[in-house]
Design a protein around this ligand. Structure first.
Ligand code: ZN
Length: 443
């Protein structure tokens, strides 16, 4: 080989090694999001990460091998007393690879996938660990069973109205940001919790929090949790964002027939639905398509109920501040697609507006917003409580019997059943007497 070619080949080698060096994966940090049924580990990485995930036994360990990678700083350890694992160790392998070893307390099923950069984060590798040990898994999965047992033991008591409260986003998906860095997932969770307290204090009503902490739940799963809890209503709580920081106010949405009814709504629908992509889930799958067609068919009755609740909530929001839209909006939000559960989505305020960001962070204002939603819900169920509920059977309406009136006539007059009138008044027969005061249940 001539001297000239030697120089060329050295140059080529240098370039190749420089390129390889430039492409070496950098693993920066690690976050943990603990959900009732799984824990999500998220590695911040410099690009799509070639990796292998496998389990080792005795003692139980999870191994994540990053190919041609280096660690930039020590990884965060799992939260103290975590149900799944004790600690995380790292080591260099073959002088160029990185091995991460997770010491496990219990058997897990791992699932890994990559996430592309978002507004908040860059490239990420996600490792979801699903626990096989029932004790460490979902509290929310147990809740509906508890509810069933309660219903069984107090069979003759009218049931509670169940309101599923869905705090938007969570975990790796922070939602929208305020100019001061306030995260939507955080403030909507605070409002949701305050709403739950109000609902649980109201006789005849019970709240079920769909998300019980800072973790992400797939949109479809949120609907499933509401259904499992036998919810009478699904309320999803969000905060808006827009490019123009002056835009402000609340909006209330129900599901649209065909996509969105306005430019903003369309933009929003895209924005909120994008959450599933953030969570790394494939939206386009055939079963989903079929399911959504079937849902559309059976949704008509639910739609009217949703519109009514939304109207009531909107009315109460008007009393505490600006509305962004003073009519109920429609959009194709995935979480509103339950065919049999009236569902609304409340955009409480614009987090992108500095004034509203401040309000969203204020506990006092959060309470006001929770109260507006609460009053709207109570207003709706005052008129439309399901027949078998405590709420329906304990209305404030009274009727004094005049001459010639019969129980069946009164039932007809108020549009309720004779059976329910007898039930709330503890009547043994159909006999009524003049001057008798009857409680009239809600129809
Ligand atoms: Zn949102």
């Amino acid at each position: 080989m001539s001297k000239f070619y030697k120089i060329i080949s050295v140059c080529v080698l240098l370039t190749v090694s420089l390129m390889t060096h430039a492409q070496q994966l950098r693993v920066d940090s690690l976050r943990y999001w603990t959900a009732p049924d799984h824990t999500r580990m998220v590695f911040d990485v410099s690009s799509q990460a070639p990796h292998q995930v496998f389990l080792l036994a005795n003692p139980a360990r999870l191994v994540i091998d990053f190919t041609d990678a280096k660690l930039l700083q020590p990884l965060a350890q799992p939260p103290a007393n975590h149900g799944l694992f004790t600690r995380v160790r790292t080591a260099e392998r073959n002088k160029k690879d990185l091995r991460v070893v997770v010491d496990l307390k219990t058997a897990v099923t791992p699932k890994s996938f990559s996430l592309k950069p978002s507004k908040t984060y860059g490239h990420r590798l996600v490792v979801d660990l699903f626990s096989k040990d029932k004790k460490v898994t979902a509290t929310y999965a147990k809740k509906p069973q508890i509810h069933k047992t309660v219903t069984k033991t107090v069979k003759n008591k009218a049931r509670d109205i169940i309101v599923a409260i869905d705090a938007g986003h969570g975990g790796e998906d922070p939602g929208a940001h305020g100019p001061r860095g306030t995260q939507e997932k955080k403030v909507v969770y605070d409002i949701a919790k305050k709403l739950a307290v109000l609902i649980n204090k109201k006789p005849g009503m019970k709240a079920v929090m769909v998300r019980k902490g800072d973790y992400y739940i797939k949109l479809r799963k949120r609907m499933e949790i509401a259904r499992a809890a036998k919810a009478d209503l699904f309320v999803s709580i969000h905060a808006d964002a827009f490019k123009n920081s002056r835009v402000k106010g609340a909006s209330v949405f129900t599901l649209s027939n065909r996509g969105a009814s306005s430019e903003t709504a369309r933009w929003l629908a895209k924005h909120e639905n994008a959450a599933d992509l953030v969570g790394g889930v494939k939206l386009a799958d055939k079963e989903d398509m079929l399911r959504s067609v079937l849902m559309d068919l059976s949704m008509t009755a639910t739609k009217e109920a949703s519109r009514n609740v939304a109207g009531d909530v909107l009315r109460h929001f008007k009393t505490i501040g600006a509305l962004h839209k003073n009519r109920v909006q429609k959009a194709g939000f995935m979480v509103l697609k339950s065919p049999d559960i009236p569902s609304i989505l409340v955009e409480t305020a614009f987090i992108s507006n500095p004034g509203e960001e401040r309000k969203l962070k204020s506990s006092k204002h959060q309470a006001r917003m929770a109260n507006a939603i609460f009053k709207g819900i109570v207003g709706y169920f005052t008129e439309h409580a399901p027949m078998d509920t405590y709420f329906a059977l304990n209305s404030n309406k009274r009727h004094t019997i005049s001459r010639g009136e019969t129980l069946s006539g009164i039932a007809q007059q108020y549009g309720v059943s004779m059976k329910s009138i007898k039930l709330v008044n503890a009547l043994a027969s159909n006999q009524v007497r003049i001057g008798q005061v009857l409680k009239i249940p809600r129809g």
